[in-house]
Structures are given as C-alpha cells and as structure tokens.
Design a protein around this ligand. Structure first.
Ligand code: GDP
Ligand code: MN
Length: 386
C-alpha cells in the first residue's frame, strides 16, 4: 500500500525528520487559508500516488494567498498519469540549494535493508541509477543492530555532504530507518532531501510503501488507504482475496500460486507474448473466486487471449473448471482461451471444460504457445475451433 507524500512526511516528522510546515487542502479556498496562515511563499503539490508530479505540472509555487488559491484551483481536478488530483499539499516553499536522495528498501539478495544516498537527488534519480550508478552510495543494515551512526556518516561522506551538515544528516538517516521499521514499510524515501540556502536539511518530498502483510498490526496506517490507489479491478481482486497486478500485455493469465504465476508470465514472454496481468487465485480456490478472477481479467480491453495454468493440489481442477464456466455464463466473451489443468481431478476438470469448447494443453509450453498464437490472431483460433 502506498502512502501520500503528506502522510509519509508526517510519519517522518514523528521520527525527528525536519519537514516544511504545511497542510492539506481539498478546495482552492482552503489552500488560500493555509497559505495565509503560513504567511510566506508556498508550494502547492498535487497529492496523487504516482511519481513525477513535478514534471507533470502538479507542483507549483505561489507567492501570496490569492495566487495559492488560483494555483490550487488549477491543480485540483488535474489528471496526472490517469489519476485525478483531489487533494493538494500547501507547504511553505523551500529555498533549495541542492537536492539529495535518501531512501531505504529491502535488498532481496542480501535479505537486509539497504540505505541509499546520492548527491544527485531530485526528479532524475532513476536516470542517475541507470547511467551513473556509482553516484548512489549504499550501505547494508543489520536488522538486529539497526542503522549505526558510523553508517550514516559513511553515507554523508560518500555523497560529499558539507561537514557541518553531517550530524543532522545522520539523525535524519536514523529517523528514516526507524520510520521504515516502525511502519513495516518496504520502502521509505526522501527525494529530495534538500540543503536550503540557509544550510539546513529539509525533507521536501516523502514516499512510503507499506508491506500489506503487516497492515493487520497498523490500524492507523491501514486507515490511510486511498481508494484511488487501486483500480476498480484491483479493489475487486482484494475483496476476493486474489493477488492481482495489472500489466500492459495482451494475454490474461489465471494461475494458482505466485511462483507458478511468475513462471507462466516468463514462459508467455519466451514465446513472444506479453502478460496482461499477474493473477494468483491462491490455493483451494472455489468456483466463485475463479469466476471473479475471470471477470477481472476480461474487464481489461487489451486482453486478446486468456491462459489458465492450474496445478491441482489443494485446488481441485473441477472446481476451477466450474468457476470458468460460471464466469463465462455471466460474461459471455469471444476472447480465445487456453487451459492447462494438471493434478487433482484434472479429468473431471477437462470434461467440464469440453463443454466450453476451450483449447486445452498438456504442458505449460504448449499452453503458452497456443495462448500467444491466439492473442496474435492465429487463424482458426476463435474459441470453439480448437
Ligand atoms: P515529485 O516530482 O513527485 O518527485 O515531487 P517533489 O516533491 O520531489 O518535487 C519535484 C521537484 O520540485 C523537486 O525536486 C524540487 O526541485 C521542486 N520543488 C518541490 N518543492 C519545492 C519547493 O518548496 N521549492 C522549490 N523551489 N522547489 C520545489
Ligand atoms: Mn520527489
């Protein structure tokens, strides 16, 4: 789950990270009032759960309250990368001398949190990571010891921070690490952490990704969920306990098990297709869950073929087949489908699917090849002809 900038920064502030003063507005009039209260130049920032808001025109300065109202009026309702801006953060504008990147993620190779810093912070950090990765300094944190002060200093020296700022930088790094652990986050990031004209450090932007599996022990964080974060399909998937991630390809995949889902996506790519989604229906899925999953897949207009790859262990292939039929009754479609059902009750499953006159495959390779051919409009691959 993603938190908004204003939510992330408020959390950072609780851990001693300096942030600009400001507040959130949902109307231009509120933005004017906040600006008037702050009594200085402000920055109006679109609160949407995507990066690159600055480049998209969602971050603008305003010199006085009337201008803040005008600018907020322009930003509210704006569409940024498909999301409508419903809130703006009105912060006192920072006087920026330089922009630093400071972030922490879990490194899945070392199984440790890793903190990264770069003197080239700001809006181009992905570019820095790609072109000049040596400009990003990293340290690995032992989760039992936590971030050590010397490691914070190592980062500070590594990015050539002026000596007089090192102390504060280390406190900020420690605060960020404590916030990361305290929230059970999978990512916590300040970009930019700015050095102001007055030579102070200030967290101007903030981002936190929470680990959904730990939300049960963070009610106050779970309540921060913004429904806009998820597409209607993702919301529907969450309601049914499905793990669903939408992707850009044309082959809808329904699979049981995350590892099998990853393998299915890989093999689809290998044969020249592109997966339209990651979808794990989990173990022991009943027909209604399968039907929900198929509805979600078919609601994506880019889907040109559907590939079912079900390994029946706890999940019974006949249940899955029933779910597919149930969904097809509800959502009739001419999208071609290929099924590979293997394991518990596979015979019954195949019999049920014969009714749907669906293409079947014995191996994953065969299923993927058929799905790719179908998606690419291979002749004679309309459903029912194979
Ligand atoms: P993002 O584009 O979504 O990452 O949003 P950020 O909050 O990081 O802002 C993008 C860029 O806008 C920053 O890197 C700054 O260069 C600039 N910016 C943000 N806030 C301020 C501010 O208060 N004053 C000034 N001068 N620039 C700002
Ligand atoms: Mn940023």
């Amino acid at each position: 789950m993603k938190l908004h900038e204003y939510q992330s920064k408020r959390i950072f502030a609780q851990y001693g990270v300096p942030i600009p003063q400001g507040d959130v507005a949902t109307t231009p009039e509120q933005a004017r009032q906040i600006a008037a209260r702050l009594g200085k130049r402000v920055v109006i920032k679109a609160q949407v759960l995507v990066g690159g808001r600055g480049k998209a025109g969602g971050i603008r300065l305003a010199d006085h309250p009337d201008e803040a109202e005008r600018v907020a009026d322009q930003i509210l309702g704006m569409n940024i990368k498909g999301l409508t801006v419903k809130k703006v953060l009105v912060d006192e504008a920072a006087d920026i001398a330089t922009e630093i990147y400071l972030g922490i993620v879990i490194d899945r190779t070392t199984h440790h949190p890793v903190m990264m810093a770069s003197a080239q912070g700001g809006v181009e950090i992905e570019e820095v990571a790609r072109v000049t990765p040596e400009r990003i300094v990293k340290i690995t944190i032992d989760p039992f010891l936590g971030l050590q002060a010397y490691q914070g200093r190592e980062l500070a020296f590594g990015i050539g921070l002026p000596k007089e700022l090192v102390r504060d930088f280390v406190l900020i790094a420690e605060g960020l690490y404590k916030a990361f652990v305290g929230c059970d986050a999978s990512l916590a990031e300040i970009n930019p952490l700015v050095v102001t004209g007055g030579s102070k450090l200030l967290a101007v932007d903030g981002k936190i990704l929470l680990d959904d599996n730990a939300l049960f022990r963070h009610f106050e964080l779970a309540e921060m969920r913004d429904a806009d974060e998820e597409t209607p399909e993702e919301q529907e998937a969450r309601r049914h306990g499905l793990s669903y991630v939408k992707l850009d390809g044309e082959i809808g995949c329904m699979v049981n098990g995350a590892g099998l889902a990853m393998a299915t996506m890989d093999i689809t790519k290998l044969y020249g297709g592109a997966p339209a989604n990651f979808l794990d229906i989990g173990g022991g899925a009943q027909a209604d869950k399968v039907a929900a999953a198929l509805r979600i897949i078919l609601s994506d207009p880019h889907v040109k073929a559907v590939l079912f790859n079900i390994f029946g262990g706890i999940t019974r292939c006949d249940e899955v087949a029933k779910g597919i039929l149930e969904a097809l009754r509800e959502v009739p479609t001419c999208v071609p489908m290929v099924a590979r059902l293997v394991g518990t009750n596979e015979e019954q499953g195949r019999q049920i699917l014969a009714e749907a006159r669906m293409a079947t495959a014995a191996t994953l390779a065969e299923a993927a090849q058929k799905a790719v051919a179908a998606a690419h409009g291979a002749h004679g691959f309309a459903r029912g002809e194979l």
